[in-house]
Design a protein around this ligand. Structure first.
Ligand code: UDP
Length: 409
């Protein structure tokens, strides 16, 4: 019956495409595993539930991240706890009331954050509400959606659980004073569609309008279509000509899509497939032989599941930097920013290289992929809705200055 439904509130923010994709992956895996036993609501707490100017946070990020030096300064400056804790504490004075109203209206049985700026303030608001009797005692979980290097605001000791994708993140959580009992490592939550069996490659390619037997490269630049994609297509064109086909997923970058569609086609040029924001990236990954992408955590984790060798062509400064050695050291790909050299690498991978060596790279990728992670995370979250409220609060209280915290058991 309706009254037995458990409500889970997932807080995300549209900074890049990855947080939303992770939130949707969790929601889809909940539905697949538990039907409608859980009601999952995904909400951009900053944009929808804080006042001006805080609600402009996603747009501010979009601006900063396109101006690398500004982003680097903002990120590094706010990374130490000594800076971001007092800062978030000050911000909470302006937004707490709104966040509390939001919690009132959703009335969740569990709050889950998939965003680095959704720990300290929601946890403090939640604790205050529980203490004052405004809310029943409920747990809070963080699902980290960065892969390796990530901002310290992901880790707030007041969270009941923190799900991390890699050892690297686990170590970061511990260095941020989280208790090992709070930290769980399953992998990044990737949409269930990536775990499903796809038709054999030639059939899949025909379904997608591709040539069934021509080597295929997939080019993506995250949800926003970032990076030198157009120049890379030009270099692939001059180096590989019509010996390959190239799929470019432009995401929300409309201008890129228009310019690519205007490129010369036909004999001597690669067969070019240009798409905007697609919902079936898992099919395009399954249909291609290699991927060229910026070092986005979501795309890397998806490409690993698909068993695709990965050529990283750039990264968002700071939080994506550690993803490059992750790919290179695990020997599942390479890092190269110059489009002419990228084309040369693709030539060696797809046309000239030893087939075994290239296939081994794909096998290693597949072995590193964690398609089951999202299901494990969802099972743990489901259990967390039943688990008695555990107050890790004293640590948060010490951080954010709340008083009268219970002693940690
Ligand atoms: N994505 C998608 N359709 C597109 C472009 C991107 O579904 O047309 C998804 C992609 O599969 C991945 C996410 O958007 O899950 C991008 O996340 P990532 O962490 O790679 O980069 P971000 O955009 O967050 O910087």
């Amino acid at each position: 019956p309706e009254s037995e439904k458990r409500r889970i509130l997932i807080g995300m923010s549209n900074t890049g495409g990855g947080h939303k994709a992770s939130a949707e992956a969790i929601k889809a895996a909940f539905q697949e595993t538990y039907g409608d036993k859980y009601e999952i609501t995904i909400v951009d707490l900053w944009k929808e539930h804080t006042p001006v100017p805080f609600n402009a946070m996603p747009d501010t990020y979009s601006f900063l991240v396109r101006n690398a030096i500004l982003w680097r300064i903002t990120y590094q400056f706010t990374n130490p706890k000594l800076v971001h804790v007092p800062y978030l504490s000050a911000v909470s004075a302006f937004v707490s009331r709104h966040v509390s109203q939001a919690l009132d209206s959703y009335n969740p049985d569990l709050v889950v954050s998939v965003h680095p700026l959704m720990q300290h303030i929601p946890i403090k608001v939640l604790r205050d509400r529980i203490k004052s009797g405004a809310s029943k005692p409920i747990n809070f979980a963080t699902v980290v959606t960065d892969f390796t290097t990530c901002h310290n605001t992901w880790f707030c000791p007041g969270a009941t659980r923190c799900f991390v994708p890699t050892e690297y993140c686990r170590d970061l959580a511990i260095s941020n004073e989280m208790d090992p009992r709070q930290i769980i490592m399953h992998g990044l939550p990737i949409r269930p569609a990536f775990s499903r069996r796809l038709p054999p490659k030639p059939r899949l390619r025909r379904q997608l309008g591709m040539a069934p037997a021509l080597p295929a490269v997939l080019l993506v630049g995250g949800g926003e279509g970032m990076g030198a994609l157009e120049e890379t297509v030009a270099q692939l064109d001059s180096r590989l000509g019509d010996k390959c086909q190239v799929v470019v997923i432009c995401g929300r970058n409309q201008k890129l899509q228009e310019r690519l569609r205007a490129r010369p086609a036909g004999a001597g040029h690669p067969l070019l497939h240009v798409r905007g924001f697609v919902d079936n990236i898992h099919e395009w990954m399954g249909a291609c032989d290699a991927i060229i992408t910026k070092a986005g955590p979501g795309t890397i984790a998806e490409a690993l599941i698909a068993g695709l060798p990965i050529l990283l062509n750039g990264n968002v400064p700071c939080q994506e930097e550690g993803n490059i050695p992750y790919v290179v050291d695990n020997r599942v790909g390479a890092f190269e920013t110059r489009p002419d050299r990228i084309a040369a690498i693709m030539d060696s991978w797809l046309l000239k290289g030893g087939r075994h060596w290239f296939e081994d790279m794909g096998k290693r990728a597949k072995a590193l992929g964690r398609p089951e992670a999202v299901y494990r995370i969802v099972d743990d979250l489901a259990a967390l809705t039943e688990e008695p409220y555990f107050d890790f609060g004293p640590a948060t209280a010490a951080l954010l200055g709340a008083e009268g915290a219970k002693k940690r058991k």
